[in-house]
Design a protein around this ligand. Structure first.
Ligand SMILES: CCCCCCCCCCCCCC(=O)SCCNC(=O)CCNC(=O)[C@H](O)C(C)(C)COP(=O)(O)OP(=O)(O)OC[C@H]1O[C@@H](n2cnc3c(N)ncnc32)[C@H](O)[C@@H]1OP(=O)(O)O
Length: 219
């Protein structure tokens, strides 16, 4: 079993459309951090109508600025910074991936009120976190790119906000193109959720056509 110490490397088995074609610099990561701050602050706020209108105008101005730098999805950076927690995607919870071996992975995550259901992690966010860690493991160790076929999540206890949770993943079996994974999320010793996932290795024609298949369907 080989320990992988290169969490940030590009796996050569992954299809090109997922690779950023320009280098992201730290200013881009900082921009996404600032956007996360906005998401959390807006979620926590009850502004006066005047303050809400002023903030909305400011945010629309930022959107206008960003639209003038628009690129296509193959070129965008968001979701592709494999080297930083949360991959520079503002929706994704900031998952710190600590270890990835051929068959296991571990990580840590803390969420705030932006990702809250009511005083605890929203039930739609838990699968996002599992998908991130299990996908990283499923698609590591030189394995060709596979796509999530299912993620069956069991919610065992409330996952607290503002508290570090640990997440584990294990590759438990492979049959042909199918990779079976299992994962768990803990608050201390308390199991808050577990998951069974299936990744199916893409056929060559499925990876070549990723961008083409989706043309015109992303708006
Ligand atoms: C917003 C979040 C922010 C994060 C941003 C991060 C960005 C980074 C992005 C990173 C990347 C993000 C990537 C993403 O987000 S992936 C997005 C989520 N996943 C998808 O959209 C996948 C959609 N589905 C497919 O593409 C196809 O169905 C796949 C490829 C999965 C299989 O279709 P394919 O035609 O190729 O294969 P097959 O049908 O011959 O099946 C083969 C075998 O598998 C078995 N099987 C298949 N399905 C299931 C099932 N559900 N339960 C049980 N078994 C199942 C099947 O029985 C057969 O078994 P066997 O008969 O051989 O024994």
């Amino acid at each position: 079993m080989t320990e992988s110490t290169t969490l940030d490397i590009w796996n050569p088995g992954w299809p090109d459309p997922f690779r950023p074609t320009v280098d992201a610099d730290d200013e881009y990561a900082d921009l996404v951090d600032a956007l996360r701050e906005v998401q959390e602050a807006v979620t926590r706020s009850l502004p006066t109508p005047e303050a809400a209108a002023e903030a909305a105008a400011t945010l629309r101005e930022v959107a206008r600025q960003m639209r003038s730098h628009e690129v296509d999805e193959d070129t965008q950076i968001a979701g592709k910074r494999w080297d930083i927690p949360g991959k520079a995607h503002a929706l994704a919870p900031v998952l710190h991936i600590d270890t990835v071996t051929d068959t296991t992975a571990t990580g840590r995550v803390t969420v705030g009120r932006f990702h809250s259901g009511r005083y605890a992690m929203n039930g739609g966010v838990t699968p996002l976190i599992f998908d991130e860690l299990l996908a990283r493991l499923a698609n590591s160790a030189g394995r060709p790119w596979g796509r999530t076929a299912y993620l069956n999540v069991n919610f065992r206890a409330l996952a607290p906000l503002h508290t570090e949770l640990t997440v584990t993943a294990e590759l438990v079996g492979q049959e042909g193109r199918k990779r079976f994974l299992r994962g768990a999320m803990y608050h201390g010793d308390i199991l808050v959720a577990d998951v069974d996932g299936l990744w199916v290795e893409l056929k060559p024609e499925q990876t070549q056509n990723i961008s083409k298949d989706l043309e015109g369907r992303d708006r």
